[in-house]
Design a protein around this ligand. Structure first.
Ligand code: PEP
Length: 248
């Protein structure tokens, strides 16, 4: 099971960024770790060209979001199948920014993940507690509730990745302690096992996300139960992203 190190570019980038996979490949050279799978999630309008470029170097591409419906009157949206047509292998579902800024509930996230799986892609389902829930000792309960509400019955370890992203750690420079990360990843695996069986849970990839940087990547990616990273800010510069991948 390769570690999945994913770049979430959010609403950043421009057409000229299609050279980034090549730039990354040249920075990695012969040192690309065999146990790491690299994923670029650019804005949807660049997905096609990034997927083409990433594919040349054995890297993958994914969408940051999609609609749960296959087609219809949903101006401005894209379907999972459209992401697939553009070369995506993954779709991020329920990123905390989508949950907080676009009102995505667990039920919406579940419907999107279901659509992603039905389109033959893998869903990266994001969960994570706010600072208030962490401080009141309800982090595990919050994440458990999100998992139970967001994971579709069609989920398997092959078509699903869970990204644990404490909301307070995203884009803030703060990271969870290694103990907290390991404990939460263990909890996520346990809950996934309750929902879909322990055998599946044993193979499930669980990423950590939240201010992963070159300086902390090694210890985070080596932590127990951490099967990759979802990287925002530090994935915009290939020099930084390469260092994170090399730490994998
Ligand atoms: C993210 O957007 O998923 C994320 C983890 O961002 P950052 O790495 O900037 O905290």
């Amino acid at each position: 099971m390769k570690k999945l190190v994913a770049a979430n570019w959010k609403m950043n980038g421009e057409g000229s960024w299609s050279t980034k996979p090549a730039a990354l490949a040249s920075l990695l050279g012969d040192n690309m770790p065999e146990n790491v799978q690299v994923l670029f999630c650019p804005p949807a309008v660049y997905l096609d060209r990034i997927a083409t470029e990433a594919g040349k170097f054995g890297m993958n591409a994914g969408a940051q979001n999609c609609h749960a419906s296959a087609s219809g009157a949903f101006t401005g949206e894209i379907s999972a199948q459209m992401a697939a047509d553009c070369g995506a292998d993954y779709v991020i579902c329920g990123h905390s920014e989508r949950r907080a800024l676009f009102g995505e509930t667990d039920a919406v996230v579940r419907a999107k993940a279901d659509a992603v799986i039905a389109a033959g892609l893998s869903a990266i389902i994001c969960v994570g507690e706010t600072l208030a829930y962490r401080e009141s000792g309800e982090a595990e309960a919050t994440v458990e509730m999100q998992l139970k509400g967001s994971i579709p019955t069609t989920s398997t370890a092959l078509n699903t990745v869970i990204a644990y992203e404490p909301v307070w750690a995203i884009g803030t420079g703060k990271t969870a302690t290694l103990d907290d990360i390991e404990q939460m990843h263990g909890h996520i695996r346990k809950v996934y096992g309750q929902l879909l069986g322990d055998k599946s849970a044993g193979k499930l990839r669980i990423q950590y996300g939240g201010s992963v940087k070159p300086a902390n990547a090694k210890e985070i990616l080596s932590a127990k139960g951490v099967d990759g990273a979802l990287v925002g800010g530090a994935s915009l510069k290939m020099e930084d992203f390469a260092k994170i991948i090399l730490a994998g």
